[in-house]
Design a protein around this ligand. Sequence first.
Ligand SMILES: [Mg+2]
Ligand SMILES: [Zn+2]
Length: 210
Amino acid sequence: MTYLRRRCPAAVVDASQVERSRPRPGPARRRAVFVDRDGTLNPDLHYLADAARLEVYAGVAEGIRLLRAHGYLIVCVTNQSGIERGFYTEEEVGRIHARLNEILGRDGARVDAFYFCPHAPEAGCDCRKPGIALFERAQRDLGLYLPASAIVGDRSLDIEAGSRLGLFTALVPSRGHEREIARELEDRHLAADVVAPSFRAAAHRLLAHG
Ligand SMILES: [Mg+2]
Ligand SMILES: [Zn+2]
């Protein structure tokens, strides 16, 4: 089964769009906002395989549109252990990402590139967040300047990965898990630069930070 391979596919969707939308301030200083997927852009439906069931949180398209208008590439980095667990295939994940961009596109927004880890936690890979391999891969692929980049996520592992990379970190806590996330961060001696109630609010805070 090809989807059980250890090598991470690090799928880049529509990389051609990235070239065409090359933002200010130029490729050498290209900034990105890394975004988590489940629980951040869309409600986490737990091992979602069917793209038709995908929903996007209100305000996400607006937040993404705003960030892209300010020259940020939107790079989604997501853990999809459901692939190795056999709940869905890489192709189904690809369809979900295409559907996500279709929904965002209605509001003039899009994710510029997607990277996913297909492994189960037990695999001990370096691409599963809070591992940073996928972020480093995106940095190389897209020529990103990390000190001017940021991450938005709903879990402590997003903030942990962002902290390792020196990114500006914005936490939009997964609903109902606020205390658990706060405890996890405290245990790891980590803190998000911003805690926001929504993706849209996180985008505004991030732009205010500069
Ligand atoms: Mg998440
Ligand atoms: Zn992995």
